[in-house]
Structures are given as C-alpha cells and as structure tokens.
Design a protein around this ligand. Structure first.
Ligand code: AMP
Length: 414
C-alpha cells in the first residue's frame, strides 16, 4: 500500500518520500487508518516494524488541520532519552515540508536544554516527545500549555512500566484535558499493560502485529561455552569474521567496561556505551558508530530498544539477556530495514536454563554453533526444560538502566 492511498497531506507525502519510504509497513497499514478515523489504539509492535511513523504520520496529518498555535497539541511519552531523540529525528524528517513544530524533552542535557524546553512548552510546540521524569519537572513549574492537547502516545509502554514510570505517567496524564485521542504501543502485552490501557484508553481498537518473535531474516546462532571461553571466543570471532559494524551486548555495566578494555588491549576499534556516560559522550559514540568510524560498540541494554542504526551486520550477546523480550530487542538491532543480519549468543553453563526459556518464548530452537577445536572442550547443552528454571521471567528488579534512563548523571555546568 502506498502512502498516497491514506489520503495524506502533500507536504507530508514529500517528507515521507524524502525519508525514503515507498510503501507502508504492515503496522502502518493497520494503524494509520484507525488513527486517522479518531480511534484510541492499543498496539503490540516491535521496534523495526515502522511503528514510529505509524503514529507520527496520522498525528501530523490531523494536526495540519487542527493544531492550536500556542499549545502543546500532541504528547509522546517514551522510556529513554535515546528513543526520544530518535523519534524527534524521525519526526523532523517526516514533517520537514509541513509547518509542524516539535521538540524532544528529556533529562541529561545542560541548563540551556532546559531553557529551550521551557520556552517551547510555555509558548506551544505541536508535538512534544518526552521522557516522564523531565516532563514532570516542567509540569510542576506550571507553565506547560496543555489545554489544547489532542493526542497522547505512550511508546514502549511495557518498558516504561518495567522502569517504574507508572506513577509518573499517571501524573502527567492528570494534567491533560480528558478529551483526547490515546495511542498505546508496547512490545509485549502483559496484564499490567492491559490494566494501564483500561485506565487511559477509550474503547480502543487493538492491533497485534508482533508476537515478539525476531524477524525471520536474522540468522541466529548460540555458542554453548564456559564463561572463561567468552573473551577468547569473542576476540577470535572479531578477528575471523569480516563484519563492518558489530554491536555487543552485556547485561551488566561492569562486563561492558571489562570487555571493552580487553578488546582495546587487543587493538580492536571498539568503544563502550552505558548509563555512566554523559549524554554528550553517548551521542558522540553513537554518531561514530552510525557513521562506521567505530566498528565495534559494546553496550548495555540501554541500546537494546528503539535505537535506530540501520547497518549493524552482527549482534553478539556476550551474555544471555534476562528475558525473551530483551533477546528479541537486542538481536532486532541487526537486520533493520531491508538488510540481513547475524546474531550470536554466548551461553555459559549457568545461563543454559535462561537461554532455554528464551527459546521457548520465541518458539524457536536457536542452532548451536560449532566452537572451534582450539578452544578445547565445551559443555553439553542440557538445560532444565521447564520455563521456571533459570529466571527467564522478568522480576521487576530495577531494570538495569533505571538510573541511567530516569535520573541521568549530573552534567558539568557551563
Ligand atoms: P521503527 O519501528 O519505527 O523503529 O522503524 C524502523 C525503521 O524503519 C526506521 O529506520 C524507519 O525510518 C524505517 N521505516 C519506517 N517506515 C518505513 C517504511 N514504510 N518504509 C521503509 N522504511 C521505513
């Protein structure tokens, strides 16, 4: 289906063309007409499906007719500043040939960011993309112009609940006019998301695009090894394979730092990214990685969702992520858009049950790769096959980057 068929504004169609989109993705085909028709929506869709444009396009199109000049007309709440920035960039491209204004409002910037945000929020911005904590800081000051608000979007809603943002979200909503269109996007649909939906949405249409399975075009393999074999194996893989852009995930910051140090010592072109880094440093590293000046990026799950880098050839899970959703999100960083991708997961003895839970959740047995002989004996893959084994479920244990996402490290003053 082409975008013209949705009956979108000419300027918007130009922006779509300039962004390189030719036909609508399945989520866009389903969601755009519903939003244009004024329906509230609850949609399960992974990143990489085109879900951002699925809500941005109809909102921009409707605002072109209904925007109120000195007000915030649409509010998009997201879990992390990286996602906020990415959506804002996407929006800028799509709305380039329209008069729609927008701003991303997120923590971690310096004083001038706050001033700019305050200026936009108090004089009106058509679409505001925000992280919850920062938005509340502005709302508490009383200058945010929300009377004209017509659209509320909650993106990555499951992630926001996992990060403990529920009270913040409800607080933000308490400031909004009750008559508005509400759109909720979530990678997963656990009961708590349904409860939230009941509170916020009005007779929503439900759209189910994903069942949290990784895109089929990603070639997945697992290496069943001992923990001590991980560093030698990762070095060997990086040396033997000719990949240009490699993202390595570790669940813990500590592991990210240690692995990066080891790889640097071995003279790889590698850097790290995690919540200890200041915003400017994170952006710098991302820029280097995107532009392929940096070949290898070692990251915590801070990068597992939402981040849009099209050209990653290989994702390595240096450790097994804590649940299936994280696995899907991590490996979904490769094979974005039309490209194919590879995803390797290192599974130590202790992680076998956890990995098995993930295989059950995604409904796939991940092929086990042959470990080269020089690494010596490796363990058998013999997980306890019960889902309960190995802690495959989320435990609400603070979700690794709660601190990084919600309360950013202090920035130096200028
Ligand atoms: P998202 O799921 O929103 O993170 O989008 C994933 C990627 O697909 C982003 O790089 C988008 O710019 C891109 N994208 C979104 N819609 C389309 C489309 N209709 N055609 C081609 N690429 C798209």
């Amino acid at each position: 289906m082409t975008f013209k068929e949705f009956g979108l504004d000419e300027g918007l169609l130009e922006g779509i063309e300039a962004s390189g989109y030719e036909t609508a993705t399945p989520v866009q085909e389903q969601v755009i007409p519903l939003i244009l028709a004024g329906k509230d929506i609850i949609a399960s869709a992974q990143t990489g499906t085109g879900k951002t444009a699925a809500f941005l396009l109809p909102i921009i199109n409707k605002l072109l007719a209904s925007r109120i000049d000195d007000q915030v007309n649409a509010l998009v709440i997201v879990p992390t500043r990286e996602l906020a920035i990415q959506i804002a960039q996407n929006l800028e491209g799509l709305s380039y040939f329209t008069p729609i204004s927008s701003i991303a409002v997120y923590g971690g910037g310096d004083g001038s960011n706050f001033t700019n945000e305050k200026q936009a929020l108090s004089t009106g911005a058509d679409i505001v993309i925000c992280t919850p904590g920062r938005m509340i800081a502005h709302l508490n000051m009383g200058y945010v112009k929300l009377k004209g608000l017509q659209y509320l979007v909650l993106d990555e809603a499951d992630r926001m609940l996992d990060m403990g943002f529920i009270d913040d979200i409800m607080k933000i909503i308490s400031f909004l006019p009750p008559k508005r269109q509400n759109l909720l996007f979530s990678a997963t649909m656990p009961p708590k998301i349904r409860e939230l939906a009941k509170k916020i949405l009005h007779e929503p249409s439900e759209v189910n695009i994903s069942i949290s399975k990784p895109p089929a075009k990603i070639v997945q393999q697992a290496f069943i090894i001992y923990e001590t074999q991980k560093i030698p194996l990762v070095k060997w893989l990086l040396k033997s394979l000719n990949f240009k852009s490699i993202l390595i995930f570790c669940s813990k910051k500590h592991n990210v730092k240690q692995l990066t140090m080891e790889l640097k010592r071995a003279r790889f072109n590698v850097k790290e990214i995690h919540s200890d880094l200041e915003q400017a440093a994170r952006e710098e590293v991302l820029l280097e990685f995107r532009s392929r000046r940096l070949q290898i990026l070692v990251a915590t799950d801070i990068l597992s969702r939402g981040i849009d880098i099209d050209s990653i050839d290989l994702v390595i899970n240096y450790d097994v992520p804590n649940d299936g959703e994280d696995y899907v999100h991590r490996i979904g960083r490769t094979a974005r858009a039309e490209t194919d991708g590879m995803a390797y997961t290192f599974v130590s003895e202790k992680e076998q049950n956890k990995f098995n839970s993930i295989e059950q959740l995604i409904g796939t047995t991940v092929p086990k790769a042959q470990v080269p002989e020089q690494f010596g004996p490796t363990p058998e893959y013999a997980p306890r096959s019960k889902r309960s084994g190995g802690g495959g479920k989320r435990k609400g244990n603070g979700r690794r980057f709660h601190t990084g996402g919600h309360r950013p490290p202090a920035r130096p003053k200028h």
